[in-house]
Design a protein around this ligand. Structure first.
Ligand code: C2E
Ligand code: CA
Ligand code: CA
Length: 548
């Protein structure tokens, strides 16, 4: 057999692959001595910044990487092997990694010879000896341990960058797949951050540290990285993903933990804005984030404290003549004694609850309260609908829908009067799950309303796919009628009304604030009206005055 073919077989064989992936701190190499080609494991290519999986003139290239003080020992050992004086290479020395740092390795290998005694293959492994804490074994980047030991001697910019919804990637595709995404991001960062150092900070977060960089340069770097992540599917076969980042400047006077805290604050702010967002530190952002964090902590404290300060108000929904109360929408309120926080409305605290996870427990509280109230009103006033809002996160909790049914049974409420309000984000996520939950609600007579229809990603297609009972036209739309100079809002609302009627959905117009607006929509055939013109959200006693 031709020797070349034989060698290629060795270079390509599965055994190599198996060893090459055995450990993050073991590097594998195999050299075809006749052709002077060396094949390296991927982790070696990455960590030592080699030209590629196959290198030529490897001996010279490698010798250059070895610490000058260790070159002699290395050469002595390797030439003994090459000259047939020893069968095994076994030597400890320092070699430069891609950061230009020398690390200790133990290199062991052996040579095979042909029938003439000529060396044919030289293969072995290199074990990284002193990697404790300093390098991350998955990405081979320096760790946060290294970063925290760091003190800034210059001024520059630090960016904290994290993967959006990384938890979802892990849960949907598995942790090993998640690891691949982390490696992918680390590679993109290293490639793009030419004049900066990259650290794996923690979990899905990385730090890019750019000495003498400006924040604009760092922002440009972020955009390049974000673009590559978005194109990941095309370029690497892995799924595309998005990243968000916080950027802050530092000076030699700064303490590294403080700089990191500022970057983290900006990154969290960015993540709340939208995926692929980047925020540069400013005192205004710091103020906003500080308030947010304070509210978040206080909300969680109140939840633990038996939902202290949480209560529901009810906004009556009227019939199309604005005379009879059809039902009520339960709206959450929260009063805190914390004076620094002061007044805080749902538009501010609901997104915080969605972020800190509190919405799950608070959602159960809202559901129980609303159904309990519905039962009381039904006994007193006959049929009156009560709707409550459910956030998309609550539906991911498989216990939630069964709990609604349980609570409705417990209070012996007529379920046809219970309405669950969901926004379109729920339907965007997972229609199979949503449909499943829907049928469970429907089987038990509970109604479902599509809230805020007409905004964001709302589409007729959703209405077509999802079998809702009620469509609530978004108040921004209705309120827009007042300043609707082009008549476009008018035309849209009119056709939405028509379409809903034809399709058999009940419709509610939200945000009817003035008589002028009401006059404009009178002919559209909406079944129910909700808005300040008729009533603001009220406490229970006030609602009862109206119902009486
Ligand atoms: P939403 O579900 O669209 O609720 C209607 C909001 O519009 C309420 O604000 C209500 O007070 C307000 N509104 C009603 N009529 C008018 C009007 O004529 N003009 C104006 N300008 N506003 C009107 P609120 O209570 O501040 O709630 C804001 C949002 O917070 C709600 O919007 C809902 O998305 C969310 N939310 C409220 N309570 C809950 C809850 O218990 N759970 C969840 N997940 N979200 C809730
Ligand atoms: Ca609503
Ligand atoms: Ca709404």
């Amino acid at each position: 057999m031709a020797e070349g073919a034989c060698m290629n077989q060795i270079l390509d064989n599965y055994l190599f692959e198996a060893f090459a992936n055995a450990s993050d701190t073991i590097f594998v190499y195999v050299t075809d001595m006749k052709q002077g080609i060396t094949r390296w494991s991927d982790n070696a290519v990455n960590f030592f910044d080699l030209d590629g999986e196959y290198t030529y003139n490897t001996a010279e290239m490698w010798l250059e990487n070895i610490h000058p003080d260790d070159r002699e020992i290395y050469q002595e050992d390797i030439s003994a092997v090459m000259n047939g004086l020893s069968a095994h290479h076994n030597c400890q020395y320092r070699v430069r990694n891609r950061y230009g740092e020398y690390i200790w390795v133990e290199c062991r290998g052996s040579v095979s010879v042909d029938t003439d005694g000529e060396p044919t293959v030289f293969a072995g492994i290199m074990t990284w000896l002193d990697n404790q804490n300093k390098y991350d074994s998955l990405t081979h980047l320096m760790t946060s341990y290294e970063l925290l030991r760091h003190s800034f001697h210059d001024s520059g910019i630090l960016m904290l960058i994290g993967i959006d919804y990384f938890r979802d990637i892990n849960s949907q595709h598995g942790v090993l797949y998640g690891n691949k995404i982390l490696i992918r991001l680390s590679e993109i960062l290293v490639r793009e951050a030419v004049n900066a150092t990259v650290y794996r900070f923690q979990g899905d977060e990385f730090v890019v540290y750019g000495k003498n960089m400006s924040s604009l340069e760092m922002a440009a770097l972020f955009r390049r990285v974000a673009k590559k992540c978005k194109e990941s599917e095309k370029e690497s076969g892995l799924i595309s993903f998005s990243v968000s980042a916080g950027i802050t400047a530092y000076t030699p006077m700064d303490d590294v933990t403080k700089v990191l805290a500022r970057a983290e604050l900006c990154m969290n702010y960015a993540k709340e804005k939208s995926p692929t967002h980047m925020t540069i530190f400013s005192s205004e952002i710091e103020k906003k984030q500080t308030r947010r964090n304070r509210i978040s902590e206080e909300l969680l404290r109140c939840i633990k404290n038996d939902f202290k300060g949480f209560y529901l108000v009810y906004q009556p929904v009227y019939d199309n003549e604005g005379k009879r109360v059809f039902g009520c929408e339960a709206l959450l309120r929260w009063k805190t004694e914390n004076e620094e926080i002061g007044e805080c409305y749902p538009n501010e605290f609901i997104p915080i609850l969605e972020r800190n996870g509190g919405i799950i427990e608070v959602g159960y509280f809202v559901m129980r309260e609303a159904i309990r109230q519905a039962a009381i009103w039904q006994k007193r006033y006959g049929k009156i609908g009560v709707s409550f809002n459910v956030s998309y996160l609550q539906l991911e909790d498989s216990q939630f829908v069964p709990a609604i049914i349980r609570v409705a049974n417990k209070y012996e409420v007529d379920t046809s009067c219970i309405v669950v309000e969901l926004t379109e984000s729920v339907f965007a996520a997972d229609t199979i799950l949503v449909n499943h939950l829907f049928s469970a609600l429907k089987k038990n007579g509970i109604k479902v309303a599509l809230d805020d229809f007409g905004t964001g990603s709302s589409s007729f297609w959703t209405l077509h796919k999802i079998n809702v009972d009620i469509v609530k036209i978004d108040q921004a739309f209705i309120r827009g009628l007042e300043a609707d100079e082009t008549g476009i809002d008018y035309a849209i609302i009119e056709s939405v009304g028509l379409m809903c009627r034809r399709a058999g959905f009940q419709t509610v117009a939200e945000g009817v604030e003035t008589q002028a607006i009401w006059d404009k929509i009178k002919g559209f055939g909406f079944e129910a009206l909700q808005g300040y013109l008729f009533s603001r959200p009220l406490e229970v006693e006030e609602v009862e005055k109206i119902l009486n």
